[in-house]
Design a protein around this ligand. Structure first.
Ligand code: CP3
Length: 324
């Protein structure tokens, strides 16, 4: 969860000279940044450096990461005509640099036994940025489109799902050994709306990836009320945040799925003994079941002490048996 990022001085050094989209557009730089946390932390997997909003650029979206503001979309999608203008393109050509970065990272990681995770945003979460024009608190315009013009909403989900499925499949072909779908803001939806307006397209993406034979992780935050629906999407692993106990989450998701999570990233600001207590608590909730992927429940904050992150990785390694 933001494994590479501003909490790492070596990332900040590169970021001082290059914009986020610039890093994504240069395979050697993206590969270098992807490898930084592997060197620093000793984590068990790498996640390719990119952003969930990146595929919007070749679709015709004017995206900018403004300093200190997060993502800004200068031509947000608000109407059926706006949806019509979005172009679904083959990832091999439209997102070639990410695929090249994946190939470079694989070359560096092969032989070290560290797998590489590819990722994309899920249609609802990407649509929320696309419709709002940036980050949002209430998703007012997004829900306005969903309720007010369900046909345009469905057409939007359709295009995002097609682009995403093609992009993730291309990442696997380029060398990604697992893929994660980030539906970070799915928890903003009622179970009814998630089932009707989102789930069919997430299912479709997951189904499209099945023949490729790699694990698929579906992650969201604030999803306690919709976990059985996330499980229905068919992913192998469901990622959860800390707002629900890992044991409760697993019960809702069902034993046939693996579960990823769920330390609160703010615990990384606690004293060492408290960090240890909380890591042990998450592992106790997982109770040694195979299929627990230890992770944070969401992204690492920029001010996070690197030593605390490293300590968590060490602790998890000390306290668990790896199932391979
Ligand atoms: O985890 C990794 O190391 C892989 C890289 C990665 C990034 N974004 C790079 C990035 C991943 C997996 C993402 C996913 C992403 N991007 C999500 C889903 C995960 C989540 O956190 O919920 C979302 C919602 C986005 C959209 C996005 N990108 C926002 C809202 C922001 C601004 C947030 C901020 O902290 O400023 C970004 C920028 C971004 N993408 C950063 C990184 C490392 C941080 C800023 C930077 O370097 O400028």
């Amino acid at each position: 969860m933001r494994q590479a990022g501003r909490y790492l001085p070596e990332y900040r050094a590169i970021r001082a000279r290059h914009g986020l989209l610039d890093i994504c557009a240069r395979p050697e730089l993206a590969a270098e940044v992807t490898l930084q946390p592997i060197e620093r932390l000793g984590v068990d997997a790498a996640i390719i450096f990119a952003d969930i909003l990146l595929p919007l650029v070749p679709m015709g979206v004017d995206l900018e990461f403004a300093a200190g503001e997060g993502p800004v979309i200068h031509n947000p999608v608000r109407t059926a005509a706006d949806v019509e203008r979005l172009v679904v393109r083959p990832a091999e050509e439209a997102l070639r640099q990410v695929l090249e970065a994946i190939a470079l990272v694989r070359r560096a990681l092969d032989g070290r036994g560290v797998p590489l995770i590819g990722f994309a945003g899920a249609p609802f979460t990407v649509a929320s940025y696309l419709v709002e024009g940036g980050s949002s608190r209430h998703y007012r315009r997004t829900k306005e489109l969903m309720y007010g013009d369900p046909a345009a909403w469905a057409a939007l989900m359709e295009k995002l799902a097609a682009m995403t499925a093609g992009y993730l499949a291309a990442q696997v072909r380029a060398g990604a050994q697992a893929v994660q779908l980030f539906d970070s803001w799915a928890g903003a939806l009622s179970p009814r709306d998630y089932r009707e307006h989102v789930l069919p397209w997430v299912r479709r993406i997951v189904a499209a990836l099945a023949p490729l034979g790699v694990p698929v992780i579906l992650f969201g935050t604030g999803t306690a009320g919709i976990l059985p629906l996330l499980a229905e999407a068919g992913a192998d692993v469901v990622g959860v945040d800390w707002r629900i106990g890992l044991d409760d989450a697993w019960e809702r998701v069902g034993p046939e799925h693996a579960v990823q999570g769920n330390l609160d990233p703010l615990v990384l600001f606690a004293p060492a003994e408290e960090i240890e207590r909380q890591v042990r608590a998450v592992l106790a909730e997982a109770a040694g079941r195979p299929g627990h992927v230890f992770n944070l429940g969401h992204g690492i904050l920029p001010e996070t002490p690197v030593d605390s992150v490293r300590r968590v990785v060490e602790l998890v390694h000390e306290l668990t048996v790896r199932h391979t």
